[in-house]
Design a protein around this ligand. Sequence first.
Ligand code: FRU
Length: 721
Amino acid sequence: MYRLFMLCLLLSVGLTVSGTREDLLIADFEGETYGDWRAEGAAFGIGPARGALPGQMPVTGFLGRGLANSYLGGDGSTGTLTSPPFRIQRRFLNFLIGGGRYPGQTCLNLIVEGQIVRTATGPNDRPGGSEALAPAYWDVSELEGKTAILQIVDAATGGWGHINVDHIVQSDRKAPRMTEKSRQILLEQDYLRIPVQTGAPKTLLRLQEDDRTLCEFEVELAPDTPDLHLPLDVRAWRGRRVTLRVEKLREDSTALERIVQSRTPGYPENLYREKLRPQFHFTAPLGWLNDPNGLLYYRGEYHLFFQHNPCGVQWGNMHWGHAVSRDLVRWQVRPIALAPDALGTIFSGSGVVDRDNIAGFQNGREAPLILIYTAAGGTSPASAGKPFTQCLAYSLDRGRSWIKYAGNPVLGHIVAENRDPKVVWHALTRRWIMALYLNGNEFGFYASPDLKRWTPLHTITVPDCAECPDLFEMPVKGDPKQRRWVWTAANGRYLIGSFDGQRFTPETETLQTDYGANFYAVQTYSDLPPSDGRRIQIAWMAGGRYPQMPFNQQMSFPCELTLRPTPEGLRLFRLPVREIRSLYERERVWRDLPLKPGENPLSGLTGELWDIETEIEIGEAAEVGLRVRGEAVSYRAGEKTLACLGRRAPLELIRGRIRLRVLADRASLEVFGNDGRVSLTSCFLPCEEERGLEVYALGGTARIVRLQARSLRPAVPQTAQ
Ligand code: FRU
């Protein structure tokens, strides 16, 4: 009874049991409107945001449902949000803040008597970063009793030109601060397992030995319960005593203590069997993946390198991951090939086999495998102030280990973020040619006798094209004496022309094969044996969504490119490599079958993984198509378009017929029309219950000339545990 009485007394005078006064909430942005706060300009809208606004990365770290978020209309919008006057009655003003780090431009200001007396910004001023809000506070003890207003300002219009604020509170206790933290550790195992929580504030994690940085990563370190543990390969430093240092962590966080050593990467039990895990498309075991890099073939092995963040499921900390396959279908994941260094993180590039040891790296029997990559200076603290340059790394043991060339960079900075070197051997002039992305829509060509010294040839400007150029020579199908050079950009758009070792001369305007939503950073294999004679391309299926998965993004299925005559001229055709046949499990074939509206000859079939081929005579039908797990792949005769997952490709009937091929995996559909004249490479989030297959006609009867439905076996990458 007495205790209850005392508690009531304390509460009635605004004190808590611990002797500090109760917090006073200034704003929590939970309402439909800003209430008595005043919004000016367009950036804040008429009321609080509920998390991320359209086009914004996920916003985390705010409390409740709402926050003040000036991303409305994107980074370009500006505005202010001003509080009504209030009296400063506590020692600390605590708040949560995120967004741009531009003092005076993206900030929260405390104004007393017309003067800004305190100001704070978000943490971001370069690409990447995180939309997480973090706690911050001001000690305002000397201002107690004064009247103040708060103003949230967004006057910036470029990248990170916005500010996020929430939960502004007057308190006797300061919000936990963000501080630097470190921990000594003797590296006794091969891996460190890092607890990660997607959306947590990114912090710089460094491994240091006597103040020398061994490696550094931006990591979304889990403040409490991790979503997953990501393995950091520390084999290179085993037996050494190192310091783990984080730049910014909540002072009460135990995240550093929760980093553990491990003999293995500690992959989850169900690795490669997760709900949304592609089953015959390449994905990294854990972490983020983007562009295919360094595609080369040597002694029976296809090498696939890839842009990789081993420390998170978002883009960042670019490394080259590595995998090897004997058939382009079954991959074995190898250790990371290239890690960031003082020249930068490792952006995209290509690979070649130096059969005649022209660069002079050979030392033994194996031909050197050489990777040509972009060192992205300035994308990490270790490379701050450095530009983007082009560098080499080589392997003398069939790609088992990689050595960076001591004379890097081999091509200095030219312009902006010049990057993505694709190197090809030009037999006639006996030298290497590099296609390089420069800036805007501009690309360059360079030549070298030895891969180490490069001279510029010329540049081209190609509308709608940027990044990741490729350049290769191909025979015309059916007329192998006729050959052409093909130049492609990241989005797969291409030019056909000639190349004499000095100048690429296009003979066409920009052409397009793929019309899907997720087709980017295409690259073709180097050094396939002439006896094979194929040109094989892999794309990053950019932009797919894999919520709650420990990996992010997938590669397209490898496709063979051919150059074929069409009534419109020569065109590139894309079709899945024949090795897919080794995955066929069961095949059902239909021939010469009328297809009436309302009927579905495939009604008995269910599954997830398919390679379906069909030829349909359109007859009286207005539309024919397949439906895989509820998603339509449709051809409309009137519009002459092939459509899938919201994208359309122009396609003519051939003698009244259409040919379709669909590769279906857990999170993607790749559609090929008329033997690869067009393709649509698309990701989707399948509905779990929907497992059916359908072939249909609308508006009249069509005829199935032939339909082959093959279910596929999974072929997920192997990892060394
Ligand atoms: C294309 C790209 C490249 C760059 C790489 C970085 O997706 O932007 O231009 O090298 O990704 O990850």
